[in-house]
Design a protein around this ligand. Sequence first.
Ligand code: B12
Ligand code: SF4
Ligand code: SF4
Length: 348
Amino acid sequence: MIMKLDQLGAFIEDQCWSGYGVAPISDVEVALKKHEGIFEEWLKQGYQAEMSYLESMKEDRYHPENKLPDVKSVVVLQAWYGSEGQGNVAQYARGRDYHKVLRKKLVALSDWLRGQGEGIETYVSVDSGPTVDRVLAEVAGLGFFGKNSNLINPSNGSYFFIATLMTNAEIPATERRRMPGCGDCQRCMTACPTGAIVAPRVINARRCIAYLTIESKEGIPVEFRSMIGNRLFGCDICQEVCPFNEGRAGRQEIRMDELKAESGVGDSLDLAGILAIENDGQFLERFAGLPIMRAKRRGLLRNACIVAGNSGDKSYISPLKTLIQRESDEMLMEHAQWAIKEIENKAT
Ligand code: B12
Ligand code: SF4
Ligand code: SF4
């Protein structure tokens, strides 16, 4: 069955996505073949750190037919996020959990599509599913790979989420416009405080503050702690410095209310309040349904110790001492002790 693009476009517009593109599976397969090699090289270098799920999902990520045998078209959707404040929470994590928000929309889109004809099948995925989101978005014409590895839309920058729907319906491909590239610019590579952008478009997650503060379950190596600065959860430095994002943070039209900072934690979290979270119940009460959940209580408290230490603010010494008395987790105690020392050193 061949689905008309204008009907699909109208439905997507009503759902408040910021944009979309459609690619035929033949183009997707060509791109995935190339990127499978890039991914294997990345794994070989150990740049995935402890994210072993990426490797275990490899077969499905690079072979969409594993999930939908007769896949013909891939619809890739884009949703802007972000706010103006220069806080300690990364832009993408300020609103409600985008996995849930976008997935709900994708399921509604999928139901609608299946209702358009007999035998239409779909498969949907957002971020944590087995899809290589940036590659699919690039093939669908939504942007180009920047040296910071983010997908950049030349008119609107890179502060957007990517979601995917695959279908066995034949949907006409959207037009692909010619994309610029980074040219001689190297701002992100120079600005990254930890040297995580090891070559243009190649990120070593072991050094990336986004990985260290969100995904890592371990203690954060001392060498990176001062470089983390006030980044409590995630990192936007390589996007903030990008000329394609200039004047964009907080000025995009975020069409899904749930993705706006005011629907979630906003741009900043109060450190003393975080250090005082005593148990998982309190953590859940505060962060259920929000991206912050990903770090778990242990990860967020670990990060809060580092940010408190980097602040040099003596008022954090007391909540840090309380944390040391309260917790039995050696990793957390060590981070709090480190923070107290940092604050004391900065005061002398
Ligand atoms: C694992 C992961 C991470 C890891 C690893 C990051 C990474 N760069 O891989 C960590 C935790 C560090 C992370 C951080 C962030 N992430 Co993340 N992450 C992912 C995830 C789950 C997989 C990414 C992946 O496949 N990596 C494997 C490596 C090999 O791919 P890559 O680094 O993207 O590199 C690509 C390009 O650089 C390019 N490339 C490399 N070399 C070459 C050479 C040539 C010649 C060419 C043409 C291309 C090319 O191809 C690579 C892909 O094959 C995706 C969701 C998904 N399911 O795909 C989200 C995703 C990439 N993340 C996203 C976001 C928002 C972020 C953060 C901005 C969050 C934050 N503020 O803290 C940061 C950005 C850090 C950065 N500079 O990348 C968005 C990106 C949206 C966008 N516009 O690009 C995604 C797509 C989630 C989503 N669905 O919206 N992330
Ligand atoms: S997210 Fe931060 S640490 Fe990671 S590559 Fe970008 S600037 Fe570097
Ligand atoms: S900062 Fe410069 S080099 Fe980095 S992604 Fe943006 S345009 Fe490309």
